[in-house]
Write a protein that binds this ligand. Sequence first.
Ligand code: FAD
Length: 405
Amino acid sequence: MKDLEKTFDLLIIGGGIVGAGIAWDASLRGLSCALVEAGDFAGGTSSKTTKLIHGGIRYLEQLDFRLVRESLRERSILLNIAPQFIKPLPFLIPVRGGRPRPWPLVCFGVFLYDWFAGSRRIGRARFLGEKALRQEEPRLVENGYRRAALYYDAQMDDAALVMGVLQAAKRAGAVLRDHTRVTGLLQENNRIAGVKTQNGEVIQARRIINAAGPWVDQLRRLANPSAKPLVRMSKGIHLVYPNLGLKHAILVSSERDGRIFFLIPWKGNTLIGTTDTDYSGDPGLAQAEPADVEYLLEEANRALPGFGIRKEKILATFAGVRPLVAQETKDPWAVSRSHRIYEEGGLLTVVGGKFTTFRKIAEDVVDRLAGSFPDRKLVPCRTAQEKLEEAKSTLPIDNSGEHQP
Ligand SMILES: Cc1cc2nc3c(=O)[nH]c(=O)nc-3n(C[C@H](O)[C@H](O)[C@H](O)COP(=O)(O)OP(=O)(O)OC[C@H]3O[C@@H](n4cnc5c(N)ncnc54)[C@H](O)[C@@H]3O)c2cc1C
């Protein structure tokens, strides 16, 4: 294809939210960018999420205040620039018998979350007694809950948002190609200066970015087969269940391991999830295994017995793999969701982060690269102000290798 024959400033490998964000930011700043995606755009982890643009109330327990602050800031920016993909959603944390946490701790956590959001808060948090809870969500009272904390976060259409960002990148000049797998990294003067694709094409660029999510280590090993892993993969599954009639997203916790998970109104159904378990297979083959489904069913029924959630009624399941920063922490759900940027032989690899923080991750990556282009006058990052347009298509379904969003 002619459009990939020149030498680009940047070549981005991976068409998930992180790759899309980098292509958008870099193109707006004046760099020529190409992005290649092995499968469908957004076909990896970025379409398998819990669909939340959130500060992450649970990270308060891990004392990761920096991540909560950063995520709340990004939530506010994204609600402003992409309201067609993101909407505010009220959450309830109903408390019964000290679960998901003792009531004073829940109140303190929600108060702190609200306080961190400050002027960026979506709506004021409230603490509900039985009467108010009955008004907000009567079935929770029927399930034995007498009080709940109410706070606000936001819900997104993840795949559509990736497409919206890709289209913005394209408008800013990026060349995008799906169904184009990178199969080789090409070295020049001991630096990676190009890639080979499965079709035998060579694409050259001054800098190459590895934004392949849970596949980043596979990519790095094309250049160095003994490269130590930078990613700890963690699988998360969701159940799509017929509408449970909830007006709020409900945060509950598992009795088995104390992890929190959600029941969320989602496109006329209820989304139940997620799990967080170590994974070592091919990220593209991750599935909801029977044990994962049992875990969510059992714990959802323990938290909300009156809803009679049954396996036979599950409409669908989906599974995704988180590309977490490799850390020795015991449980994958305790691993920080912060991002890191690594540089090896000219290849820049992005690891970790959250969907919510994709814009900031992209800004950090492009800031870091700016020094590689002393001959270029780059404008400052503009993605916090540029509004996204409505995405014009959903995931491409044809695989002729000629798609562009
Ligand atoms: C179950 C679950 C729930 C989550 N929920 C939330 C949430 O509610 N809110 C939130 O903020 N975050 C959430 N996250 C985290 C978030 O989804 C991820 O951090 C984010 O989607 C990662 O995006 P990415 O672009 O790095 O990876 P991906 O979306 O996986 O993109 C990487 C892309 O690289 C491509 N690729 C791989 N190899 C090659 C190659 N050789 N050549 C070309 N392309 C290649 C892949 O096909 C893939 O499309 C969740 C994650 C999981 C797993």
